[in-house]
Unconditional design. Structure first.
Length: 626
């Protein structure tokens, strides 16, 4: 077994749980760290870009599948690799993940997956433990930053000895938990790289090979489970009650048991989620009459507990999600767990405080001040009007990232959001369905490289009537401003050889490719109108850098001349309604529009939208950004 690494006497360093995992990869001597940005996993690669030693190569890949495949090749050559992605990214990598799982690994390969119970960052609420079962892969789930760091280092050792990838599930709570972490030494052992010639292991041609690989993967899973078993912790008690909980929810259990009755229940803290620690579970079940299972999202641990309980001559009662004590939807909190613990002890659940009025003013998700995407959607609105249509008569498909904010007021254009790159394929499906409206697929630059290129190639090859609007701001801004492959600036994570969306579109034999600066909305409006009224595939690239990442420059903000402003209530649509910029507001005293010059970046959209021409540049308020 791989026991816990002994604590070091070094001073503690404050780290988030997700960054502690990244530190564990450093201490394990990983030579490669790679991923694709997606909260709550983004901070792992960001930390390594800033903190990794010279021996570690750190980079962002075009998507999660590519990231995992690069790491798998690195592992097959005998080197240790660390991959980071959010739960939706694991869907993208799943094709390669399931195949590599049956072949196994050589150098340690650890995949950090950020699950998001409660959906604080969007996408589908997904439990990645299901992938661990599907792929016959070990999965561990740390509960504290210190454990995250130490467990990651141990996972590399277990991966290398069992020759299998190991998944680390970091939920939003544990990823964002901060605590002092004792750092350990860094493994600097140099391993010789070589790729063995083994067709039976690394290819899938032939049923006999595939069947043997399936059997081998099951054996590796069991071996890894034995190596990591000591991370689970069972605390027996004479009490007839028991609690089984995942490490990520253990803090809620401990809080709920504070000041409780003695003796404390039998306690099993589960770190290794796959394979399930069945021997420890059976030991606890034999001691108890009632058992509570605590975990976030799907009742996977609970289902196994119920199945094992059914094998006993006198099975205990199992409480949890199956009987409605806890929900499979959303994240847990101390009050929910305290209520379940009260039910376990036969007491009424403590009353939850009634929800009161929100302290926060209602806000819709909108673009940042000066964002080029806002100008792009304004141009699209005007192009729709230019061809004699209303927004309801044009189908605009949206995509992941800042682009999808176009679904919100004041634009309210994007109708769909599925997965990275889906906007183009969905639009092609609408065109095949014979809809008589123009179809526009809106997609960001990072998303285009992630998964939009195959869909564009398919649409071009089929000659679909479709306009692809690429909003290129040079960054994956929604996940923290990671540079996209079009970015040529010297920035951590930038690619050394920037790519051109325009050149890729022309190579795909797209009939018409146009690039426009979105702030010049008249030209962009004209180009979009041409795309929506002419046959074939058209690619329109609205290119301007993300305003949140602009270098030092002089900004001349706008201001409202109150003597000319008629007030937003008298305008239809008003500048506030037409633009929706956070730098625009209403002066409560005068009822006139006002510009927050400290936030205004001088894009000029509000001035274009102002019918009384009351908004002008304020030369006296010019300033340097950042």
């Amino acid at each position: 077994m791989l026991s816990r690494p002994p604590p070091t006497p070094k001073e503690q360093v404050p780290l988030l749980g997700v960054r502690a995992c990244a530190r564990g990869a450093i201490e394990a001597g990983a030579r490669l760290a790679i991923g694709y940005p997606g909260t709550p996993a983004t901070a792992a690669i960001e930390y390594l870009l800033a903190q990794a030693p010279d021996q570690m190569r750190v980079e962002w890949a075009l998507n999660e599948k590519v990231a995992f495949e690069i790491a798998a090749g690195h592992s097959w050559a005998g080197q240790r690799s660390f991959v980071a992605m959010k739960m939706s990214g694991l869907n993208v990598a799943a094709d390669a993940l399931l195949s590599v799982a049956t072949s196994g690994t050589r150098g340690g390969l650890v995949v950090y997956v950020g699950d998001d119970p409660g959906m604080y960052y969007g996408m589908v609420e997904q439990d990645s433990r299901l992938y661990a079962r599907l792929a016959f892969l070990p999965m561990v789930e740390p509960g504290t930053p210190q454990e995250a760091k130490d467990l990651t280092a141990a996972a590399f050792l277990a991966s290398e000895e069992a020759q299998t990838p190991i998944l680390i599930r970091g939920t939003t709570t544990t990823a964002n938990a901060a605590a002092g972490v004792r750092l350990g030494p860094v493994d600097r052992h140099h391993r010789r790289s070589e790729v063995p010639f083994d067709l039976d292991r690394y290819t899938k041609a032939g049923a006999a090979r595939c069947l043997q690989q399936h059997a081998d993967s099951l054996a590796r899973l069991a071996h890894a489970g034995d190596l990591l078993a000591s991370w689970n912790r069972f605390t027996p008690s004479p009490s007839p009650l028991g609690v089984i909980a995942s490490a990520s929810t253990w803090g809620y259990v401990e809080e709920g048991l504070l000041g409780g009755t003695e003796p404390s229940p039998n306690l099993l803290r589960v770190v290794v989620m796959n394979p399930t620690p069945e021997a420890l579970i059976l030991d606890l079940l034999r001691r108890c009459r009632r058992v509570l299972v605590v975990e976030e999202l799907e009742p996977l641990l609970e289902e196994r507990v119920r199945a094992l309980a059914a094998t006993l001559p006198h099975p205990p009662q199992v409480l949890g999600k199956g009987d409605g004590r806890l929900s499979p939807v959303g994240d847990l909190d101390p009050d929910l767990v305290a209520g379940a613990l009260a039910a376990l002890a036969g007491h009424p659940a403590p009353a939850r405080p009634a929800p009161g009025p929100s302290r926060w003013a209602p806000r819709s998700l909108t673009f940042c001040p000066g964002c080029p995407h806002r100008s792009t959607y304004v141009a699209l609105e005007r192009a729709i009007a230019k061809i004699g249509k209303t927004p309801e008569e044009v189908i605009v498909t949206g995509d992941i990232g800042c682009t999808i904010v176009g679904m919100n007021p004041p634009h309210s254009l994007c109708r769909t959001e599925v997965a990275m790159g889906s906007s183009i394929a969905l639009a092609q499906g609408f065109a095949y369905a014979g809809v008589d409206q123009p179809v526009v697929a809106a997609i960001g630059d990072s998303t285009f490289f992630h998964a939009g290129i195959p869909a564009l190639l398919n649409a071009s090859a089929q000659g679909v009537n479709l306009t692809v609007l690429v909003l290129d701001n040079g960054y994956a801004s929604m996940t923290g401003y990671q540079p996209s492959p079009t970015n040529f600036r010297d920035f951590p994570g930038s690619v050394p050889n920037p790519l051109s969306i325009e050149e890729l579109a022309r190579a795909a034999r797209v009939q018409r490719v146009r690039k426009a600066l979105p702030y010049f909305t008249r030209r962009l409006t004209r180009v979009l109108a041409q795309g929506m009224t002419n046959p074939g595939v058209h690619v329109v690239i609205a290119e301007a850098p993300c305003t949140a990442r602009l270098p030092h420059r002089t900004v001349i903000p706008y201001r409202v001349r109150p003597e000319r402003c008629t007030g937003p209530e008298a305008c239809s649509p008003s500048c506030l309604q037409a633009v929706g910029c956070p730098a625009l507001d209403v002066d409560e005293g005068t009822g006139k529009a006002v510009v927050d010059v400290a936030r205004c970046l001088g894009c000029g959209l509000c001035a274009e939208a102002c019918r009384p021409k009351a908004i002008r540049r304020d030369l006296k308020a010019r300033r340097r950004t950042r």
